[in-house]
Write a protein that binds this ligand. Structure first.
Ligand code: NI
Ligand code: MN
Length: 226
């Protein structure tokens, strides 16, 4: 499978003949190399309802007839905008054509802010465990460090993990180093930094502090073969 990072929390995965994109926040994301009109997505996976994660989901889903997989409340909210959705909840797994998705807990908020100063509650925030082609990817979403990450590490053989390091809204680098130890992923990629002034970080420094061979810095647009 091919996995690429596109700035902030956007991850694209090509597996089993399907194009999957996680958290496609493109318009307003100064860190991304993507253009909304170029994105091909059979599936959109969302970690939570915040605007910097839902991003351009509706436009991409309408153009591609994508299936949007998200926590149940967020899936319901998006289904009212005329797109195909599949709702799930924390701890639940489902085997799709493209692979198996399990939602894990995340310590964060989850709501969608509409233009008219209305904040819509969108259920619990989540992390995503995606298993396909015998590989498991963990996208932690936006989260604080929490000790059940040990359980996630014990119960899953994670090949590749995406962990937020921006601080302020999520774990900072120090907590993310502990998270990396607990989840025991073979490779860890930092995400959710430098998009906004309050989440400025040095990702090279973070990666250099991970154990040998674990840290992987992907610049926006870089792809790896997993
Ligand atoms: Ni968030
Ligand atoms: Mn965020």
């Amino acid at each position: 499978m091919k996995v690429s990072f596109h700035g902030h929390s956007i991850v694209q995965i090509e597996t089993n003949g399907k194009n999957i994109i996680i958290d496609p926040f493109i318009n307003g994301n100064g860190q991304t190399d993507l253009k909304v009109e170029d994105v091909k997505a059979d599936v959109i996976l969302l970690t939570h309802g915040h605007n910097d994660h839902v991003g351009d989901t509706v436009e991409i889903a309408k153009r591609n007839d994508s299936l949007v997989v998200a926590i149940a409340e967020l899936a319901t909210y998006l289904s009212w905008k005329g797109i195909k959705t599949h709702g799930m909840s924390i701890g639940g797994a489902y085997v799709f054509e493209f692979g198996k998705v399990k939602l894990t807990q995340a310590f964060h908020g989850s709501s969608y802010t509409e233009d008219n100063q209305n904040i819509v509650y969108t259920g619990m925030p989540a992390g995503i465990l995606l298993t396909a082609e015998d590989k498991t990817i963990y996208h932690a979403g936006d989260t604080a460090l929490f000790s059940d990450m040990k359980l996630i590490g014990e119960r899953n053989e994670i090949d590749l993990a995406f962990l937020p390091i921006g601080d302020n809204y999520t774990m900072g680098p120090e907590d993310a180093l502990t998270a990396a130890e607990w989840i025991r992923a073979k490779k860890v990629v930092p995400i959710h930094y430098n998009t906004f002034p309050v989440i400025q970080q040095n990702p090279e420094d973070f990666v250099s502090k991970l154990p040998d061979g674990v840290g992987l810095l992907l610049k926006p647009g870089e792809t790896i073969e997993l």
